[in-house]
Structure formats: C-alpha cells, structure tokens
Write a protein that binds this ligand. Structure first.
Ligand code: GLN
Length: 483
C-alpha cells in the first residue's frame, strides 16, 4: 500500500519508474480527496478536468522508457494569481470574474516543460492582500490542522492544499510573507526566492518591487527541485537577473555561522515584540538543535527592521494602487453600465473590488499624490535602503539568519478580520526579507498545543542574495528533527 500522505517528488518518481504507481492513479487520488475535503476546507477555487489526460500522456512516456524530467507527473496546485493558458485566473477577486488567461506565466511554462501536472487553482486573499485568506471574494479557506482557524495568507489555499494532501506541492506568491506565513501555519515548507531570481511574467501583480513566486512543499528537497526548475533569466521580466546560482553545498556545518537577530525576540524598546512564549520555546529548541549539529550561533542586530512594516505599508499600497489601475472593466472581467466613461469605471471598480484592495488603492493613491510623494514614498524607500544595509552588514558576519516565521501559531477565523492593523502585524517577521530582496524559507519545526489541537510552528531561515543553496542545506538538517 502506498502512503499517499508521505509522498515527495523523488519518492513519486521512483514509484513511477518501478511501476508501483502511475500518474493517473496519483491524479485520481488527489481528485477523490479534493471531492471529499474541498467542500469543507475551500482550498481549491476550481479543479482542471484535463489533469487526468495530462497524466495519461505522462504514463505513456514513462512506459516508453523516456528519461524522466525534473517534475515528471508531479501534480501541483496553483495560486489563483498565476496564469495558466486557457484557464480562468482571478486573484480571488470579483473584478476578474470570467477572465481566462491567454498565455502561460513563465513559471508554468517551465514546469510544464519538465512534466508537471496542474490539478487546479487555489483560493487566496483578494489580489494577495491579507494574511488569512479571509479577504477572498470566495470565502475563507480553513486550516487542515484545525478547521476553526485560518490557514494564513495570502497563499492560504496553496499551503492548505499541501497540508491536507490535496496536491503534492503548490505555487504561491510572496510580497510580504504570503508564502512563508501560510507555510508556517499549515506545517509545510515555503520558499520566497531572491527578488529577481524567478520571473514574474504571468503573475497578477500586487507590488512589483516585492512580489516573487515560490514553491510550497512537503520537504525542503522538494522546494529545491522546484526552485531549480522555475529560477533563471527571463526576457519577459525586466527585473529578472542573470546570475550564476551557486550549486551544491557551499556551507558545511563545520564553517557555518547562524545569526539570531535580537530585535525579533525583544519586547523592549527597539524590539519587534509580540512573540508568543510557546512559539519562542520552539524556536529556541531549533537553535539548540543546530548548536548540537555544530553550527555556531551568534547574536546579530538588524536595527532598522522595526521600521519594516511602516515602510512596507507605504511602498506596497503605492505600487498596488498603480498595478490595480488596469482593472477598469475595459479589458478584464465584468463591466458595469454607466451614463459616461467615468461612471463605468467607478461602478465597475466599486462593485469589483473588495474592502481590502479598496483600502490599499486609496492609501497608495494618497502617498503618491503631489506634495506627499517625498514625505511618504520617498522616505519609505530610504528606510528600505537602511533595512537592506542591515542585512548586508550582518551577512559579513554570519552565513544565515534564523528567526521565527510568525509571532504565533494560526489564529481563529474571524479573530482579526475586522481589525486591519492587527492583521498587518502578522507580517512583522517576514516583511523585512521582501524589502531587502533576500531569499528566505519557512521550515516546519514541531507544534504547539491550543485547545487540544497541535498547531505547526515555522522557523524562518534567511540567506544573502542568490544563496538559496544555504537555505536548503540548513533547512534539510532542521527538518531532520521532527519534534
Ligand atoms: N500579508 C501581507 C499583506 O497583506 C503580505 C501579502 C503578500 O505577501 N502577498 O500585504
């Protein structure tokens, strides 16, 4: 009997090769599970009928003895803001209802060429704005570990799909934490790659200088395999950088120094505060474990990260308000009637956008307006430089930085839905990474108990630009201890 809940990319490919499992069987398994669990969990917005046909074609190739490609027959769930040619894509917003993608995003194209199968599109916070999926226009997704709790967001559907065994792996996007935070809440691995390492072509943009696509997976090795497929130069994204990625393991435990920023743990002046004591205990356990593996642990300081959220909530809405200007009923989605063009625009946007995108459009338009631009946007960009500088500085002293991914485990559905500020605080540990553009991974590290349920905790590892290989190296060691 195959234990479907324990599959990895490597194991699945081995089972295909030995003939113990076929891609059709695996796709059917997920489709059956989705039928059973999705009505309650609301993870998928839609499943794709052609997944089974794609699996048939892959089985033929395998039978024929073709050399297996990197993702041969691996079934994926895809966040609803990543375009797949011929499929609806809507960023879980009513304003995109009925829109069908006319091209493949670069990541999808690359994965397709490596044999990936796409099972369906997953629920998310509208336009990736949120930390709980409660901002979706299509209902909240529930956390598979406790259905009274949120799965995190905005890639909540993608994280829950992997956690609930409704896909082997998934893709999400991360602007301020949207891959890592739901990965932590759902007990899966989530990678936010270096800004510029994965093409954004075909990603419905939120804040273009921060957005990156990345994988959510059962293991660190799976994240590495997918990253190797999706990374690299793409002419369709001008911010995509041509870089030599170091391959193999450039750090070994004998030489690796891991920094722990004191601001993440301090409640006093200069600290970021809010770290729940059970979560802190788990993070300390992770640190002790790495010490026992001969890593040198050093306290480091990132003095400007305490301003990260403030800078993010200026820069992100500024960029989002510009990006969302294109949704006016002319090219995408439903169009409302009006007496004149202005009325068509306003009615379409009023009916199409939910509360959170509206809030951010107004905020963004304000901070970019004449007379305020320098005071808000200009200053926030300066703070961003300081944060970048903090990381640059400490990466002269340490190879990696370790922090909690989130201040606490998954919260209750409804707990923060009406309090935007407390929702924004959810991103306190993840946002600095996006502002600096460095890569980071969230690796599950045990759980804490709440009301009789075990809720996963995530450890965040942060590496210097383009040094994802260090995240994989230490991430694998960390997940070796399933506490
Ligand atoms: N939760 C954050 C926000 O609401 C981050 C979102 C994201 O990374 N897409 O902006």
């Amino acid at each position: 009997m195959i234990d479907f809940s324990n599959l990895t990319i490597k194991k699945t490919k081995e089972l295909y090769q030995s003939g113990e499992l076929s891609a059709r069987e695996l796709v059917s398994h997920y489709q059956d599970e989705i039928k059973k669990k999705n009505p309650e969990l609301n993870i998928y917005r839609e499943t794709f009928d052609n997944a089974f046909e794609d699996a048939e074609k892959i089985d033929l190739k395998i039978k024929h003895g073709d050399t297996p490609r990197a993702l041969e027959g691996i079934p994926f769930a895809i966040k609803d803001n990543i375009l797949i040619k011929g499929k609806p894509a809507g960023a879980s917003s009513k304003i995109l209802e009925g829109y069908t993608a006319s091209y493949d995003s670069t990541v999808i194209k690359k994965m397709r060429e490596e044999g990936a199968i796409f099972l369906g599109r997953t629920n998310m916070d509208e336009f990736a704005m949120g930390s709980s999926t409660e901002n979706s226009a299509y209902g909240v997704t529930k956390n598979p570990h406790d259905t009274t709790r949120v799965p995190g967001g905005s890639s909540g559907g993608s994280a829950a799909a992997v956690a609930a065994d409704l896909a082997l792996a998934s893709l999400g996007s991360d602007t301020g934490g949207s891959i890592r935070q739901p990965a932590a809440f759902c007990g899966v691995v989530g990678l936010k790659p270096t800004y510029g390492s994965v093409s954004r072509s075909g990603l419905i943009a939120m804040a273009s200088s921060l957005d990156q696509i990345g994988p959510l997976t059962p293991t660190v090795e799976d994240a590495e395999i997918i990253f190797d497929v999706i990374k690299g130069k793409d002419e369709l994204d001008s911010t995509n950088l041509e870089t030599e990625f170091p391959s193999g393991n450039s750090v070994s435990s004998a030489v690796c120094t891991i920094g722990v920023p004191k601001e993440y743990f301090s409640l006093s002046e200069g600290g970021m505060g809010g770290l729940d004591s059970d979560t802190a205990k788990k993070i300390m356990e992770a640190i002790d474990f790495l010490k026992s593996k001969n890593f040198e642990i050093k306290e480091v300081s990132l003095p400007s990260v305490k301003y990260a959220l403030s800078a993010y909530y200026i820069i992100m809405p500024a960029e989002a308000s510009s990006n969302l200007a294109r949704f006016d009923g002319m090219r995408y989605g439903p169009r409302e009637d009006g007496k004149n063009l202005f009325e068509v625009y306003t009615k379409t946007r009023e009916n199409g956008f939910g509360l959170e995108p509206r809030r951010r459009i107004i905020l963004g338009a304000y901070v970019l307006s004449a007379g305020y631009y320098d005071a808000y946007y200009g200053r926030a960009q300066k703070v961003r430089q300081l944060i970048r500088g903090d990381f640059e500085n400490e990466f002269n002293n340490v190879d990696l930085i370790l922090t909690p991914t989130t201040p606490h485990p998954a919260f209750k559905i409804g707990e923060k839905a009406n309090d935007p500020l407390s929702m924004y605080l959810e991103d306190v540990y993840t946002v600095p990474v996006n502002l600096a553009g460095v890569p980071a991974i969230s690796v599950p590290f045990g759980s804490v108990s709440r009301e009789g349920k075990n809720l996963p905790v995530g450890v965040q590892l942060i590496a210097p630009w383009f040094k994802e290989n260090r995240l994989f190296e230490v991430g694998k060691i960390l997940e070796g201890l399933k506490s």
